[in-house]
Design a protein around this ligand. Structure first.
Ligand code: FMN
Length: 168
């Protein structure tokens, strides 16, 4: 199985989840884990795609929310091209491989909306098999850290994805 994990992360919390997922998936094959900035335009040769990002303003980040994160909330990093823009650049009908989306969100307050749900809608529109259940991982405040146990939850979620990728 060959898996591609594409993530966006401003404070590094989503990246930590992406790397935990990669660690588990590596047990069943090859895994490429890349930031959205440098993610490939083609999914040729992959059996599984995992897309993860932070939830910003109830959805996937936008240029304005990234700018706000940096200027108003002191985020140390913002990609030029986030997962929203990367997905927008993929061609419809490219592949029917299984895809799974995850996001990170604040623990308190619990807000509606999820980057994973938005990413999954976009992936479905592109023709991917989006049957895999998305996952949300919680952080303290905007900057994190992740809540205790979230890395373990990421490993467990990834174990389910590994089974799906191998079947494909
Ligand atoms: C501009 C902005 C808007 C946000 N909007 C939401 C939101 O609607 N819902 C939510 O749960 N978290 C929201 N957050 C918190 C982010 O989800 C949190 O910063 C993220 O999970 C941290 O992950 P990262 O370290 O990978 O960037 C927002 C954060 C920023 C900077």
């Amino acid at each position: 199985m060959r898996a591609l994990i594409v993530y966006e992360s401003l404070w590094g919390n989503t990246e930590k989840i992406a790397r935990a997922v990669a660690e588990t998936l590596a047990g069943t094959g090859t895994v490429d884990v890349v930031e959205s900035d440098s993610a490939p335009a083609s999914l040729d040769g992959y059996d599984l795609l995992v897309v993860g990002g932070p939830t910003h303003a109830f959805s996937m980040p936008r240029p304005a929310t990234r700018a706000e994160a940096v200027t108003s909330h002191g985020a140390p990093h913002a990609p030029e091209r986030g997962i929203r823009e990367w997905l927008a650049g993929l061609t419809a009908g490219l592949a029917s491989i299984p895809v799974a989306a995850f996001d990170t969100r604040v623990d308190k307050p619990r807000l509606p909306g999820s980057a994973a749900a938005s990413a999954r809608r976009e992936l479905r529109r592109l023709g991917f098999d989006t049957a895999l259940k998305p996952a949300t991982f919680r952080v303290h405040g905007y900057e994190g850290p992740l809540l205790e146990g979230e890395i373990e939850r990421a490993h467990a979620w990834a174990a389910g994805l590994a089974a799906a990728g191998s079947r494909g």
